[in-house]
Design a protein around this ligand. Structure first.
Ligand SMILES: *[C@@H]1O[C@H](CO)[C@@H](O)[C@H](O)[C@H]1NC(C)=O
Ligand SMILES: *[C@@H]1O[C@H](CO)[C@@H](O)[C@H](O)[C@H]1NC(C)=O
Ligand SMILES: *[C@@H]1O[C@H](CO)[C@@H](O)[C@H](O)[C@H]1NC(C)=O
Ligand SMILES: *[C@@H]1O[C@H](CO)[C@@H](O)[C@H](O)[C@H]1NC(C)=O
Ligand SMILES: *[C@@H]1O[C@H](CO)[C@@H](O)[C@H](O)[C@H]1NC(C)=O
Ligand SMILES: *[C@@H]1O[C@H](CO)[C@@H](O)[C@H](O)[C@H]1NC(C)=O
Length: 469
């Protein structure tokens, strides 16, 4: 089976410069020098891991996007208030979709007439931490896209930017300079199929099939559907890839050139490349801004992975996962399994912190606090309520946290998957409660760090392998 690997980098990170993945369940606590909690002073340095990834371009991503870049005066490498606000917006959207509530897209004034948007709001690119580089068109133009398992459509800004484009990392994609670009006409089967997958027919003001994505915080992208040659590597070329060519894009500040949709729905890259990669992909998210991970299509090995069932949800984009239990310091928390099964859980690369039913979060927080009772608490962050002041310690330790998924799969989180370091005097438990027990849980990207996470759609399973980066 062919596979392909893309390197990506961590854009927003405020965690320690080094940590290795702990495997096995034998670790009761993670010990570490407190100084290692400081963000790297030279943030972030990335290194591509595949020869055919253009290394030259990757530092430009950092320069433009990172709060740690030269344009930033913020040495803490973070804009926390924004991170937490965007995180909440995304979580609310995911939960409202999955509870049957549909967030209605507003009618667009572009291009004109009846543009009905699919119910597709929710994220803001700025909160997505991971980008990949791909080639689009003939000859291929390099694009740097944020990747998101919580979205289906891949889109990028397109010339002539008839309405408006924001500043992006690379040159804006120009379909007129590509010999393989084609519009999707309104009368095509493709447009009809897209329409049938959404709440209403897209309108066709200019005989070209129109797309629109509206995000919760009033950022948006509108434009045409097009098909193009997608180049993942010189050997991995996908023809007639359906994507969104954005003509009116706004509110997506200083970010990637667009988004790479890795959801489970029909428009996603994963489904469109099914004949190439068998709807099988994996990634490893690095735990520091100075390390690198990958996004990999096709099965390139699963030997050290443990697999848990992939659950199907009412909203087709998301990947459901069967969370059944949580341990702190190797002690299983007494949380009724029905707490997890009633709410349900998805796994998402675009939500930073794991969100739990309130009863489960309370149990986790209480056990964590008990294990941390030797350390002075710090003032809580508005989003993270359990923080410690470690400024008077040279060395510290935190209890291990293990998530158990259906099939007995135990995922023993790495240290930087348990705490989020705001400063040495504010080191916080990196989980959030949902406020109730009925909203969907989300297994977020912080907790997935350093695992190889495998999405095997044909076998309906999700795999975790430690030491994945
Ligand atoms: C772009 O779309 C937004 C949101 O629908 C709309 O308010 C704005 O007028 C559009 N801009 C142009 C120039 O069409
Ligand atoms: C919108 O669609 C409705 C029903 O299809 C039609 O009656 C109306 O004229 C359309 N409006 C515009 C501005 O195209
Ligand atoms: C996705 O595609 C499959 C096969 O083409 C089709 O049966 C299904 O209805 C589509 N789903 C949506 C939501 O459009
Ligand atoms: C695609 O459609 C848009 C809107 O109808 C049009 O402006 C553009 O010229 C078309 N491009 C091609 C290559 O046909
Ligand atoms: C691992 O991958 C091989 C193909 O490389 C496949 O035959 C096998 O079933 C996979 N194992 C699991 C547990 O999915
Ligand atoms: C901290 O741990 C290191 C080894 O990891 C040790 O050499 C050092 O003495 C410890 N410092 C204190 C104050 O315990």
């Amino acid at each position: 089976m062919p596979y392909f690997l893309l390197a990506f980098i961590l854009i927003v990170s405020a965690t320690a410069p080094s940590a290795s993945s702990q495997s096995g369940d034998t670790v009761r606590r993670h010990a570490f020098p407190v100084a290692s909690l400081f963000p790297s002073s030279t943030c972030p340095v990335s290194s591509a891991i595949e020869e055919d990834v253009d290394r030259e371009s990757i530092p430009r991503v950092i320069h433009q996007d990172s709060p740690c870049g030269p344009l930033s005066s913020n040495n803490d490498c973070q804009d926390l208030a924004r991170l937490f606000r965007l995180e909440e917006e995304r979580v609310v959207t995911i939960q409202s979709k999955l509870s049957g509530g549909i967030i209605k897209g507003r009618d667009s004034s572009f291009p004109s007439g009846n543009v009905s948007l699919p119910a597709n709001s929710g994220i803001k690119l700025g909160v997505l931490n991971y980008v990949v580089k791909i080639g689009l068109g003939t000859p291929p133009m390099d694009l740097t896209l944020a990747f998101d398992t919580g979205s289906d459509l891949t889109w990028t800004q397109c010339q002539p930017c008839a309405r408006s484009c924001y500043n992006q990392v690379d040159e804006i994609f120009d379909p007129s300079r590509s010999s393989s670009y084609a519009n999707v006409s309104c009368t095509s089967t493709t447009c009809t199929q897209i329409a049938s997958g959404t709440a209403s027919m897209p309108s066709c003001p200019e005989s070209t099939c129109v797309y629109g994505q509206l995000y919760n915080d009033n950022s948006y992208t509108f434009g045409f559907y097009g098909t193009e040659r997608l180049t993942l590597s010189p050997k991995d070329v996908i023809d007639n890839f359906l994507f969104g060519c954005g003509q009116n894009n706004s509110g997506i500040y200083g970010m990637a050139d667009g988004l790479l949709g890795l959801g489970r729905g029909n428009l996603s890259l994963v489904v469109q490349t099914a004949s190439h990669y068998g709807q099988y992909f994996s990634y490893c998210l690095p735990d520091t801004s100075s390390s690198s991970g990958y996004l990999n299509f096709g099965n390139n090995g699963n030997s050290s992975a443990a697999f848990t069932p992939m659950l199907t949800l009412s909203y087709p984009t998301y990947y459901g996962i069967d969370l059944v239990g949580i341990s702190v310091g190797m002690n299983q928390l007494s949380i009724s399994p029905s707490i997890f099964s009633n709410a349900g859980t998805i796994i998402d690369s675009g939500t930073a912190f794991t969100h739990l039913p309130q009863t489960a979060y309370d149990a986790l927080r209480d056990a964590f606090r008990q294990e941390m009772s030797n350390y002075p608490m710090a003032s809580p962050n508005p989003s993270l309520d359990t923080c410690y002041d470690l400024s008077n310690y040279d060395n510290a330790s935190i209890p291990s946290v293990t998530f158990t998924f259906g099939g007995g799969v135990r995922v023993n989180l790495v240290r930087n998957g348990i705490v989020y370091t705001i400063s040495r005097s504010q080191v916080c438990l990196a989980f959030q409660g949902n406020g109730d027990d009925s909203s969907m849980g989300i297994f977020g990207s912080t907790q997935q760090r350093l695992f190889k996470v495998i999405y095997d759609i044909p076998r309906r399973q999700i795999g975790f392998a430690p030491n994945g980066c």
